[in-house]
Design a binder for this molecule. Structure first.
Ligand SMILES: Cc1cc2nc3c(=O)[nH]c(=O)nc-3n(C[C@H](O)[C@H](O)[C@H](O)COP(=O)(O)OP(=O)(O)OC[C@H]3O[C@@H](n4cnc5c(N)ncnc54)[C@H](O)[C@@H]3O)c2cc1C
Length: 479
């Protein structure tokens, strides 16, 4: 138990009561058990907590929240702890209870005719993908942390990932939700309906709320027909503007069969090759920018896909958009390409300090943003290394800056606020968003307060006060 915080008598009684809600193996106040739950994977935030609870049912979550509500104990919901903005990390006041959903990990039902799956918040994302595939269906949410992030975290951050272009964000994949409100009341809207116009769509409030309004315990998820064939190409392109034009052409020429379209700068490939073992250079190239393009088909061994990919790339080469390209000939080549893309975050961590921006602008303005924001950041630190990559198809870039080669981490991070502000000013001038898919958490709370309009902030605060009047849900996150 943390030493420097002393719960009052009401809170001590509440902490004792909480230990009786779950089985003895499902709570702990031991420092070594709490430790991995007290910081985020990037090491940006470190907090403290009184207790870790791992409920196994919605009824247990409800009982926990009711006790915390009555005793005014802060609750921090946690899934896989892979969030990028520290929303899952308790503050350092030491009075929080961490509510891990990890033991609520059952797929309750799968309805193949309705193309839906009802799953609990603690299901690991890759397990959900596998469960859908075993039923000959497809759950398209996909991101590099899918082996450890959990459904509740995905929905609470409205996660994006690599398939948003075709299927939308996590929010777009949800038909129904089960939510426990801060006072312990349960909203059960686990309905698999595509049409339901019965007033306010309450579930939307909780999707992307980062645990500040209640706890998501289960969801009805949309499934899709399984893609049966895929072609993956890696292309050296003329510049960022060429990526936007290539994307538009590929969508048009393929009848919107583009599953993925990721911008991958050469600087990122070099960084991954230097830092992550067992990655191969997919195509030695001196060009600055590349894209990873995937087309899918519902037909197995679809020869039409080859023709389509060759036509798209052939024409783009003739027109000078694409300088060079490889089409993966087998799954291991494809996996190697994805390994490079998916290790982007890890490679940047290994390389040293980086200043990150998860931004979006209209797709048509990506190239303009890329150049303008780079110039603005270079004016502050002329030697920073820009690694701007990601989901061009969604107008979303991970516009990250690595400290100067051989430079000092702390000296670079001292410029973080100034660089963030310069980049975000460009984003907002271009009608973009300062958080495309990672959320706000603790990391971007001040930026949100700076950029969001006063009226939007006021409505958000009113909603928070109405649903969580004692402010027990994830205090210090988002607002
Ligand atoms: C290598 C790597 C790659 C990534 N790539 C992407 C990417 O491409 N796209 C993307 O969007 N994100 C990405 N992320 C970020 C992260 O994986 C996602 O935000 C993920 O959705 C978080 O899930 P989690 O279970 O780890 O949530 P956590 O980190 O545990 O929690 C995240 C937030 O959700 C809240 N929360 C968790 N569970 C619940 C619940 N049941 N009810 C209410 N609130 C809850 C927490 O309080 C916190 O505010 C990446 C992360 C890593 C490490």
């Amino acid at each position: 138990m943390p030493q420097d915080y002393q719960p009052d008598a009401t809170q001590q009684a509440a902490l004792a009561a909480l230990k009786n809600v779950v089985a003895a193996r499902d709570w702990s106040d031991q420092a070594d058990v709490l430790e991995p739950h007290l910081s985020d994977w990037r090491g940006l935030f470190k907090g403290q907590a009184q207790l870790l609870l791992r409920p196994r049912s919605t009824a247990e979550v409800s009982a926990i929240l009711k006790i915390c509500h009555d005793a005014r104990l802060p609750v921090v919901p946690q899934g896989g702890n892979t969030g990028q903005c520290g929303g899952q990390t308790p503050s350092d006041t030491g009075n929080a209870v961490i509510l891990s959903l990890a033991h609520m990990n059952q797929v309750r039902t799968i309805d193949t005719d309705n193309f839906t799956m009802t799953a609990e918040a603690g299901c690991i994302l890759s397990d959900l993908q596998d469960t859908a595939a075993a039923a000959d269906r497809y759950f398209p949410l996909s991101l590099a942390a899918e082996g450890s992030c959990m459904l509740g975290g995905n929905l609470s951050t409205n996660a994006g990932g690599t398939n948003v272009l075709k299927y939308g964000n996590a929010r777009d994949l949800v038909l129904g939700l089960e939510i426990v409100l801060p006072d312990g009341e349960v909203i059960d809207s686990l309905r698999g309906l595509r049409k339901d116009n019965t007033g306010y769509d309450l579930k939307q409030l909780f999707l992307g709320a980062e645990g500040t309004l209640g706890v998501i315990t289960a969801a009805v998820l949309k499934l899709y027909p399984r893609p049966r064939d895929i072609r993956t190409a890696y292309c050296a392109i003329r510049d960022v503007a060429a990526s936007v034009e290539l994307l538009a052409r590929a969508r048009d020429a393929s009848g919107d069969r583009v599953e993925t379209f990721e911008l991958i700068p050469r600087a990122l490939v070099d960084l991954v090759l230097q830092t992550i073992p067992d990655c191969q250079d997919p195509m030695p190239s001196n060009h600055d920018q590349h894209v990873l393009l995937e087309l899918i088909s519902s037909q197995p061994d679809d020869p039409g896909l080859d023709r389509m990919m060759e036509d798209i790339l052939g024409q783009a080469m003739e027109d000078g958009l694409v300088h060079d390209a490889v089409i993966c000939q087998n799954e291991s080549q494809r996996q190697n390409l994805w390994k490079i893309r998916e290790n982007a975050a890890e490679a940047q961590k290994v390389e040293g300090a980086s200043i990150k921006h998860d931004i979006s602008v209209p797709v048509s303005r990506i190239a303009e943003f890329y150049g303008r924001a780079h110039a603005a950041a270079l004016a502050i630190e002329p030697n920073l290394r820009l690694i701007g990559f990601g989901h061009v198809g969604d107008g979303n870039l991970h516009y990250n800056m690595q400290r100067p080669m051989g430079g000092d981490n702390d000296a670079f991070l001292a410029k973080k606020t100034e660089i963030n502000r310069a980049v975000h000013d460009v984003v907002v001038e271009m009608d973009g968003s300062i958080s495309a898919e990672h959320g706000i958490g603790r990391l971007k709370r001040d930026e949100l307060a700076h950029y969001k309009s006063p009226i939007e902030l006021a409505v958000m605060r009113k909603l928070k006060a109405a649903i969580d009047p004692h402010g027990i849900m994830n205090p210090g996150v988002l607002l």
